[in-house]
Design a protein around this ligand. Structure first.
Ligand SMILES: Nc1ncnc2c1ncn2[C@@H]1O[C@H](COP(=O)(O)OP(=O)(O)OP(=O)(O)O)[C@@H](O)[C@H]1O
Length: 761
């Protein structure tokens, strides 16, 4: 039988490479490419610089040779990956021994020996002409001429190093809320509030929360969040420390609760405050501000506001202000520009914005360049530091590619709401619910048996109780009917609204025979690890795991929608292309093209804010929401009806190759931190499931965190920004952002500076 090629079709002739080998190759190449040392150790091997004969002797290249036991397919994988990473590779019949090297760089000697005709593959990266790095003492006096500074200051005040896309005029901005035109920085001023006014505000918030039923419920839910028991510890730690690091599981309440704890604390003392909270993206700045306003029973722009590019709500009178990292950074740019020196910077931040009482920098694990710049500044202030950590909320069940493949092909879990073709409209639905009710409360089983004996509605769950026919038979000890349902393929893992399975009900009612049958069934039907591996291997022979398999996504969505009745589904895809491919696939599916049953939405930074907001709205009854999103929804976003997350494991990442001097936007594997964030989007308001479309082995091999953006950005771009941000205190920046390969980058930075000075003159 001819095999289907999948995964976007871009993997034509996908080599048959074992998952473990593929992971090993990628990791080795990434380590090799990232290393900037002259001699590096990868695994047990030393990788050394060599002077290639065919290049000028002054050109330094570094070579790494894989073990000779790679198959043809494995070597092909090395060649493909190498090309993508901007390195060169060559297969040779000779084996190059790596190991006997003289340590001195200038006297490198390496020995080669022939070991039969085994082919092996070597990888090269070129470091360009070797240059002597400038002495550190030279680098700290890095500064522009006075004219240069003036031109750049004007330039950056018009085009701030803020968010992507078109620049915004910073001098003025309009507030839709107030209809005023005011200075942007005004929104960072502390509200002028007398003690009596604060007490009145506090009173009205408390009264609202007690009188409004919805607010009462929200307040109760807030008090159950894991972070709630840390409220006093958090406020007192912040009171006695200038810098506090709070870490906690996704959804425990960091983003929405900490600003409110601070506000309540300040107000309880009768003090006005201005709490500025940053978010990496616009969507999270807006949605969190809106959520906090609704938790306090207020309109957005009142006590809580936000400021993003070209849009703001609230102003001076708002005590909590959300903004993007870029906006706050601009504030610091201003503070840093007016004076010079490390101490002056600290003083300037406080002097220029004396009204800001607290700054909260959220999602710092993302390491975007703006939050890194901010952290570098904050770190340079050498303030006392403390940390707190908080536990998690709802359970999220995690499944990986091998589980997904078995789940998708399993036949058992079928629920009636998509089987309505086999049930005549609402009357059958009501009759089946009635049959379950009767069987549950009496011993009258006939009408339920009539329904299930056709094998059509095996896993029907009662809309109120969640009880299935299998639970009824297990609870009543009807072993014959129980065996019939199990032989038809009924799902014994389904839970009712109390969280009980059929086995739990049988145990509860002490139905020993039913318990035994169900246990045996569960044991014999549990997945054999060998079967898992087999299914995975077979799948990976046909599918390149680095490409998005929209066929599998469609099958998984179908399965989820068959096995459960409600719960929005959030699918993480790397970029716009894949979102479109998935959307096209779903629109051509007879099931998903029915817009009365499925609402399919795309979430991407290019989608306007008004469209983005649609993902937070609940669809009409009977309609299921499927959101196709990039990593824009990965952090600080709560879509309250999301129960299922499908994680493709891929994201688009901007990277810069200092050897080839090119910037690329490539699809790459996510980090463990991102995977956790993606899982965290399910289970925020109820228990959820996350389907990772990569193997368990791949999951274990993912890097802990993404490479900081600062390390992936072209030096010219970074250079311009940090010159303005820390024009006078470059030393702090370089020393604090140790992730940078200082020598190589600073040399290039010098060149950019020279060009800039020339242009300005
Ligand atoms: N818009 C919303 N609708 C309903 N519930 C919400 C909303 N936003 C937050 N919540 C509830 O508040 C909880 C805490 O959310 P919050 O964003 O503060 O968590 P977090 O700890 O900052 O998570 P993360 O680390 O993922 O950013 C969520 O788990 C959810 O139960």
């Amino acid at each position: 039988m001819k095999r289907r090629k999948r995964g976007g079709g871009g993997g034509g002739g996908v080599p048959k490479v074992a998952e473990a080998t593929r992971i090993h190759i990628r990791r080795t190449l990434e380590e090799f490419r990232a290393s900037n040392d002259d001699v590096v150790k990868i695994g047990d091997l030393l990788v050394v610089p060599i002077y290639q004969q065919k290049y000028q002797s002054s050109v330094l290249s570094v070579m790494y040779t894989f073990d000779a036991d790679l198959s043809n397919f494995d070597r092909a994988e090395v060649h493909v990956l190498c090309r993508k990473m901007g390195m060169k590779s060559r297969s040779t019949g000779r084996f190059v021994t790596m190991g006997k090297f003289v340590e001195s760089l200038t006297n490198l000697i390496y020995s080669r020996s022939k070991t039969g005709n085994k082919r092996c593959v070597s990888v090269y990266k070129f470091k360009g002409k070797s240059e002597k790095p400038k002495a550190k003492s030279d680098l700290t006096s890095f500064t522009f001429s006075e004219e240069g500074k003036e031109v750049l200051t004007n330039f950056f005040s018009l085009y701030p190093p803020g968010e992507h896309g078109e620049a915004e005029k910073t001098a003025t901005t309009s507030s839709k809320n107030s209809g005023n035109t005011r200075k942007t920085d005004d929104i960072l001023c502390k509200p002028i509030m007398k003690k009596a006014e604060i007490a009145k505000k506090l009173e009205s918030v408390t009264a609202r929360m007690e009188s409004d039923l919805k607010l009462k419920q929200i307040t109760e839910d807030r008090s159950k969040l894991p972070i709630a028991s840390f409220k006093d510890v958090i406020t007192s730690t912040i009171e006695s420390n200038q810098i506090v690091l709070i870490s906690g599981e996704t959804g425990c309440g960091k983003t929405t609760q900490v600003p409110q704890y601070l506000l309540d604390y300040m107000w309880s003392k009768g003090d006005a405050c201005k709490i500025v909270c940053t978010q990496p993206r616009r969507i999270s700045a807006i949605s969190v501000a809106e959520r906090i306003s609704s938790e306090r029973g207020e309109s957005i722009g009142d006590t809580v506001g936000y400021k993003i590019r070209l849009e703001n709500k609230g102003g001076r009178h708002s005590s909590i202000m959300f903004c993007t990292n870029g906006v706050l950074l601009r504030v610091m740019v201003k503070a840093g520009n007016s004076r010079s020196g490390k101490e002056a910077l600290a003083k300037n931040v406080k002097d220029t914005f004396p009204d800001i009482t607290h700054i909260i920098v959220d999602e710092i694990h993302e390491r975007d360049r703006f939050s890194d710049f901010m952290l570098a500044i904050i770190r340079s202030l050498h303030l006392p530091f403390s940390s707190e950590s908080v536990a998690s909320v709802f359970q999220v069940n995690k499944l990986y590619l091998e589980d997904v493949l078995l789940y998708v092909k399993s036949k058992s879990t079928k629920v009636s709401h998509l089987d309505n073709t086999s049930m005549d409209e609402d009357s059958d639905f009501t009759a089946l619910e009635e049959a379950i009710n009767i069987a549950w409360t009496s011993d009258e089983m006939d009408s339920l048996i009539d329904f299930v004996s056709t094998g059509e509605v095996l896993n029907f769950q009662h809309s109120v109780t969640g009880v299935t026919p299998l639970m009824v038979f297990a609870r009543k000890g009807r072993v014959g009917d129980l065996c019939m349902l199990l032989s038809f393929g009924a799902n014994c893992h389904l839970q009712d609204k109390e969280g009980k399975t059929a086995l739990a009900w049988a145990e509860h009612e002490n139905q020993k025979e039913a318990v035994e049958i169900l246990r045996k069934h569960i044991d014999t039907n549990s997945v054999d690890p060998k079967e898992e591996q087999l299914v995975l291997d077979r799948y990976l022979q046909d599918v390149n795991p680095e490409l998005i398999d929209v066929i599998l996504i469609e099958q998984l969505l179908r399965k989820i929608c068959t096995d459960s009745e409600e719960g929005a589904i959030l699918v993480f895809l790397p970029g716009w292309d894949d979102i479109n491919k998935a959307r096209d696939k779903l629109s051509s599916s007879p099931l998903f093209k029915d817009s009365s049953k499925f609402l399919i939405l795309a979430l991407h930074s290019m989608v306007p804010s008004s469209e983005q907001k649609k993902v937070f709205k609940r669809p009409p009854q009977g309609c299921r929401k499927i959101i196709l999103s990039t990593n824009i929804a990965e952090t600080a976003v709560t879509i309250d009806d999301v129960v299922f997350v499908i994680d493709s494991g891929r994201m688009k990442e901007k990277s810069y190759d200092p050897y080839n001097k090119v910037s690329t936007l490539q699809s790459s594997w996510i980090s463990k931190a991102s995977a956790k964030q993606r899982e965290g989007r399910a289970g925020r308001c109820q228990a959820g499931v996350c389907y990772h479309l990569y193997s368990k082995l791949r999951a274990a091999s993912l890097p802990e965190f993404q490479v900081p953006e600062i390390k992936r950005t072209p030096i010219e771009e970074l250079c311009l920004q940090c010159m303005m941000i820390l024009m006078m205190v470059l030393e702090i920046f370089w020393m604090d952002c140790l992730v940078l390969k200082v020598n190589l980058w600073v040399i290039r930075m010098w060149r950019v500076k020279k060009v800039m000075d020339l242009m300005i003159c």
